[in-house]
Design a protein around this ligand. Structure first.
Ligand code: F6R
Length: 599
């Protein structure tokens, strides 16, 4: 996720672009830049850091013009610095582009362009687009953009400016882009928030569409050059509401983003039945894998252990980063330590990583925030590409961590020369659709939340790969609703927690199909016999599950390794609805911070 704003018109342009970036800052904020066509020259200012850093730039005050583009970045390729910040330029500084999305074949295109004499300055995939347009430019920007897009594989929301024409060409595929229609002025942006102060007339571009916007006209075409008549929407609503879309809180917005996030984490990393990851490791030299993390990320690590041992065939340990750092762990040079973190800034995880590296282990990161401390400390890693997570309770980072761990395990298996069952790839492809199905249950889950919101305690039981999901479900509930909740492996119940069960105890059971289904059913029966109120997460209402359950949430069936992703979403929704019904500040629960940068 990054933010784009472009403007063509007579107003003072720099304040419009900078103010626009401020409104888009929630989409990414590690670097920013603007470019304005000023007396036939493309003048740009780029800055690492937040928009406030860009605003401090003295040179901005000397720029004026009638067409400009700007971008706030959430890095995906290349660290967040001035060179990698957008806009990017061709060799001659005659074409400027801002881009959201990922160009999957940029390495191949980069090689060709370098051979043809182009000098590529940044580490980004996006810069390639400016050079491709340069390659095809023969006096008609629209034609050059169209030809460039024909070669690009991947996703883009794109705005292009040339030093020769007072207009912007915008194009969309897989990354949102809207056009704002004013009186003698036009806007393009990645969402309506920076536009609404000026006009409420909006066109939503669809995939495969190109918009040509000048001060007093616009034209929308498809990639074959055919003109398209688009509906002009009249928008009402405040900016804050728009950042959250139609959602009441960031947490629920982020829960609903998960189908797209999973696609984004996978994008460009699976080709046919092969995994493509740039990892600086030799799988044959790894004798042990140690996963270190905190909180929700630690839960995804627990799931990772099951998957790594099954597919990579390497013994795997999981440790709380806060414990690992102080227990003087025995580490060898053939150990691989993987730090898992959404923020990449968690103090305990950073310290544990340093401890492992200091003892000679190879280090990888599975991190969301590009350029964060952990991403810089590791030898290589996998970025989640989940976009900024704003709600304090982690949701989309968790599910994308699980899919990243699965891709990592399959990659190791493949590199060791072992076969990967193609069913796994098929199921990964179906995952976004199946998550959407779970999200459709949100209303039903809210009804269940109404029934249970006043309980003081909850138990969550799961087995095998869904035991960590029970822990995560309990954590989600306690951190945002302040209801005491505990997760257990279902079979552990008889060793103590069963004493807690009576008619006042809600017990959430992860009862989707697995090799341990019959054992889970026996555990359910034990709870049922003691009057516990069971909420089951299951694939289908079998007579036994129906008999034992007070309430049931049905979710689509998938392979066991992906079931935690499907199952956890119903638990995220349950926690969210309970906390919301209790009138709590869901996005900022008491005593918690989004990034725990202290010990
Ligand atoms: C829970 C939650 C925390 C974080 C933990 C680690 O919803 O968000 O438990 O998972 O503080 O944070 P990261 O993943 O940023 O290292």
């Amino acid at each position: 996720m990054c933010g784009i704003i472009g403007y063509v018109g007579d107003r003072e342009i720099v304040p419009i672009l900078v103010e626009g970036l401020r409104k888009l800052e929630y989409r990414g904020y590690d670097s920013a830049g603007i470019c304005v066509l000023d007396s036939g020259v493309l003048k740009a200012v780029k800055k690492e850091g937040k928009i406030s850093e860009l605003e401090k730039e003295e040179s901005l005050r000397w720029i004026s013009g009638k067409a400009g583009i700007a971008h706030t970045r959430w890095a995906t390729h290349g660290k967040p610095d001035e060179i990698n910040a957008h806009p990017h330029f061709d060799c001659e500084n005659k074409i400027a582009i801002v881009h959201n999305g990922i160009i999957e074949n940029y390495q191949a295109l980069k090689k060709i362009l370098i051979k043809e004499g182009h000098t590529i300055k940044s580490e980004t995939d996006s810069e390639i687009i400016a050079h491709l347009i340069e390659k095809f430019y023969e006096g008609d920007l629209e034609e050059a953009v169209t030809k460039a897009l024909e070669l690009i594989e991947g996703a883009y929301g794109l705005a292009v400016l040339s030093s020769k024409e007072e207009k912007i060409i915008a194009a969309k595929k897989g990354s949102p882009l809207v056009i704002g229609i004013g009186d003698d002025e036009m806007f393009v942006a990645s969402d309506v928030s920076p536009i609404l102060g000026y006009t409420n007339k909006i066109i939503y571009l669809s995939d495969g569409e190109i918009a040509i916007i000048a001060k007093d006209r616009y034209l929308i075409k498809n990639l074959d050059g055919k003109k398209i008549d688009k509906e002009v929407h009249e928008i009402e609503g405040s900016i804050k509401e728009i950042e959250k879309g139609n959602f009441k809180h960031f947490m629920i917005k982020e829960i609903f983003e998960q189908p797209d996030v999973i696609e984004s984490t996978i994008r460009g990393r699976i080709k046919g039945n092969r995994i493509k990851l740039n990892l600086d490791i030799d799988p044959k030299k790894i004798k042990r894998i140690i996963l270190i993390a905190c909180g929700t990320s630690w839960h995804s690590a627990l799931i990772g252990k099951y998957i790594i041992e099954k597919y990579a065939g390497i013994p795997c340990e999981v440790d709380y980063a806060s414990e690992f750092r102080y227990r003087n762990p025995l580490i060898n040079e053939d150990d691989l330590v993987i730090a898992i973190s959404q923020s990449g800034e968690t103090a305990d995880t950073i310290a544990a990583l340093k401890e492992a590296k200091g003892k000679g282990a190879k280090a990888l990161g599975i991190v969301n925030v590009v350029g964060s401390t952990i991403s810089r400390e590791v030898d290589s890693g996998i970025y989640l590409h989940a976009g900024p997570e704003t709600g304090v309770a982690s949701t989309k980072a968790f599910t994308s961590q699980v899919i990243a761990l699965l891709m990592f395990s399959l990659f190791i298996r493949q590199e060791k020369g072992e076969e990967v069952d193609k069913v796994i790839f098929e199921e990964m492809g179906k995952l976004p659709g199946k998550i959407r199905k779970v999200l459709e249950s949100s209303k039903k889950i809210r009804e269940i939340a109404i029934m249970f919101k006043d309980k003081n305690n909850f138990l969550y039981f799961g087995r095998g790969i869904n035991f960590p999901v029970a822990l995560e479900g309990a954590l989600k509930l306690k951190e945002i609703s302040y209801i005491h909740a505990e997760g257990y492996p279902a079979a552990e119940m008889k060793h103590g927690p069963i004493a807690l069960i009576d008619k006042n105890m809600p017990v959430v059971f992860l009862a989707t199909k697995s090799p341990l289904s019959s054992k889970t059913l026996s555990n359910m029966e034990e709870v049922y016999a003691r009057g516990g109120k069971i909420i089951s997460i299951a694939n289908e209402p079998t007579p036994e599950i129906q008999k034992f359950s007070e309430e049931m949430i049905t979710v689509p069936e998938t392979i066991e390794e992906l079931s935690p992703i499907i199952n956890v979403i119903s638990l995220q929704l349950l926690a969210y609805h309970i906390a919301d019904l209790k009138g709590l500040d869901v996005d900022k629960p008491r005593n918690l911070a989004k990034s725990v940068t202290v010990e």
